[in-house]
Design a protein around this ligand. Structure first.
Ligand code: PMP
Length: 415
């Protein structure tokens, strides 16, 4: 928990909303925006927007090795974010934090470096039914190349991992367990504290996709004993195009580089090049400096709240919306796990999810429809898609009322 003296104990929702200028936006016929698509990307507070403006108006410069004031200042700020992320994840070393474009790039990086180096014919990659496509396809690419096999952990109808089935799938062949901390479609919080020790008994390497967890849960990579952990800035109130890969130092040091180019080298000759130390070995070329710097502002913003108050607010939104949605005839909530974050996917009998999305949009309510990049999960549930609402810290109970009324109106029109 944050002990900062500026911690907002009272959780003043109107004050919070004022931090996000976009929430004042009017859409379609002057309707006030009700933004319920936070699992796709969150909105950005003023401190993040100001950081971007300030960076480009006062200090834009390429980082590392610059011989001038602005280059040093930008390098310092960029590296300061790395330190902030280290603390955010409770990593042991700052060097264990690698900047990427997001979770997708982090997974591809590990698949193409660690995967290429360590996977052999017949090795097994274990992942769950609820994985996002970005935690499936990169592994399929490397598995195909190496002759490795992908095994899938089944779930129950509530959208929870079947732990007994999971245990049965583990064996000395399990080289990698790659799993989402939280499901983007179901909201399920996976029991990693139970799952990881079981896999570790077989020497399995663990990759955790933290895309949906990092904004809702307190992450402690040391306590989890994850070998890799990734999250995307844009889901934690930071800009798009910046993300994080955490990896344990001893593993990162053994991994070959991913992209070749400037910054990732120690020495280059036409005969042979040698590589820079971790993390720079994995950060070829000019990085996304401005967005990396603004990521610090976003994490500072998030960490300024009392964790318990934040959690209680998001859970209250989840419970109220769930309760009101369950009153709607023909509506089925997809994902009823006991441990859930504030994401609700649903279908309505006789109504196509995309039509619901279109009609809600006309009322100013922004939701997401489709397969949410989880086609195998939807197939398991016998669906081709669903509608999804997802909450952030700035959402209110009043917004849920607007959503429920708009949803009822839409269903009436469509049936
Ligand atoms: N995993 C999960 C669970 C996600 O929700 C997302 C984003 N929707 C990703 C991975 C991919 O993240 P990004 O698109 O930011 O790389």
């Amino acid at each position: 928990m944050n002990t900062d003296t500026t911690t907002d104990i009272t959780f003043d929702i109107q004050k919070i909303r004022a931090d996000f200028p976009i929430l004042e936006t009017k859409v379609h016929n002057n309707k006030t925006l009700v933004y319920l698509d936070n699992a796709a990307t969150s909105q950005k507070p003023k401190s993040v927007l100001d950081a971007l403006q300030s960076y480009y108006t006062t200090q834009n410069a390429n980082i590392h090795r610059g011989a001038h004031f602005m280059a040093s200042k930008s390098t310092q700020d960029y590296e300061n974010t790395r330190l902030t992320v280290k603390n955010f994840l409770n990593a042991k070393h700052t060097e264990e934090i690698i900047f990427t474009r997001g979770v997708t790039e982090a997974i591809n990086l590990v698949a193409q470096t660690w995967g290429r180096q360590n996977l052999q014919k017949g090795d097994e990659i274990l992942l769950s039914t609820m994985e996002h496509h970005s935690n499936i396809v990169p592994w399929q690419l490397i598995a195909e190349e190496k002759g490795a096999v992908i095994k899938v952990i089944p779930i129950n109808d509530n959208g929870e991992i079947l732990l007994d089935e999971y245990e049965k799938l583990l064996s000395p062949k399990t080289k990698l367990l790659t799993i989402c901390h939280v499901s983007n479609a179901l909201g399920t919080i996976n029991p990693l504290e139970k799952m990881i020790p079981l896999a570790k008994k077989f020497g399995t390497t663990i990759f955790v996709d933290g895309a949906q967890a990092s904004v809702h849960l307190t992450i402690d990579v040391q306590k989890l004993d994850a070998d890799f952990y990734a999250f995307s800035g844009h889901k934690v109130y930071a800009p798009t195009g910046i993300g994080i890969l955490y990896g344990k130092m001893d593993i990162l040091e053994k991994m070959p580089p991913y992209h070749g180019g400037g910054e990732m080298i120690k020495d280059v000759s036409f005969e042979k090049s040698t590589y820079n130390v971790v993390p720079h070995k994995f950060e070829a070329g000019t990085p996304n400096i401005a967005d990396a710097i603004a990521l610090k502002n976003a994490l500072d913003y998030l960490q300024n709240f009392d964790k318990n108050a934040l959690h209680a607010h998001e859970q209250a939104l989840l419970q109220y919306a769930t309760q009101e949605m369950q009153k709607i005839e023909g509506l089925k909530i997809i994902g009823q796990a006991k441990e859930k974050i504030s994401v609700i996917s649903f279908v309505v009998e006789g109504v196509h999810h995309s039509d619901i999305g279109t009609l809600l949009d006309m009322e100013g309510v922004a939701i997401r429809t489709g397969h949410h990049c989880t086609q195998p999960l939807h197939k398991r549930l016998g669906l081709d898609g669903s509608a999804r609402i997802s909450f952030a810290l700035y959402n209110t109970l009043e917004e849920i009322d607007i959503f429920i009324n708009a949803l009822k109106k839409a269903i009436k029109m469509l049936l």
